[in-house]
Design a protein around this ligand. Sequence first.
Ligand code: MG
Length: 319
Amino acid sequence: MDLNAVLGGMLGLAAGDALGVPVEFMSRASLEKNPVTDMRAFGTHDQPAGTWSDDTSMALCLMDSLTHGLNYEDMVERFLRWAETGYMTAHGEVFDMGLATRSALVQYAHGKPALSCGGAGEYSNGNGSLMRILPMAFYLHEVIGPDFPEKAEAYEAIHRASMVTHAHPVSQMACGLYCSIANALLCGGCVQDGIELARAFYRTQPVFSPYLESKFKRVDTSVLLSLPREAVNSSGYVVDTLEAALWCVVRFCGYRDCLLEAVNLGNDTDTVGAAAGGLAGLRSGLAGIPGEWLSVLAKREEIEELCGKFYRSLCGTRR
Ligand SMILES: [Mg+2]
């Protein structure tokens, strides 16, 4: 893995998030009349252009935690620091937080162990763990190896990184699929390579296998390519977000086209943008992300420094 993939992935995620922030919750119909074509200022959260949200903050918290190894308590400590003090925010304040994340952090603050804090109900499947999970793919690719999507211990780590806020099997699987796809792209393969490896693993797991059919049937490149735009739901439900992001990533090779499609789907624009942007950015590398988007991106240099620190911490960790 080279540093450029980490930079492309993390800045791609942040830029996709920032592209979606001003139009979060806008409908597809209203975006059709006034589509996003560039970084905008103000809008939904009244922020300057290039401001990213909780998606990027939590991904940066996770990445920085992994710089010191795999420690779930440390991950949640950092999420709590973000929520309480504005650590890893674009401009020092938290302006968006998901309900499941808030509830998990309250429980953690009251002394519950990190791995018991996430909601496990069917209705606790928002996209809050999917949006931040990308650094786990980089970490496992280096520490376990590029074949990590064939190893149960890798899924266990990904699932736990989800469980601290989102513990339902569907949220865990969305994270597992996403990391396997990211790894396939890191290896120079395609989205479907990653989907197939994750499916092969989940088929062997009785807790997860029923959901392959009932929830993740459309997470397949040929199915996604056959879906018309009207059939793609870009909501905050984790399965919808994963499908919407992948629908864009398999259709568009270039970062810019992929991300404009992602945010113009409407609704949970910042998180669909973040999820698509992480994959499209690691595929294209930093050079694929429009320079005018990067130039307004909040804390770009700090994100680059954090990526460098993370990358250096991983060198030589392969077991
Ligand atoms: Mg957000």
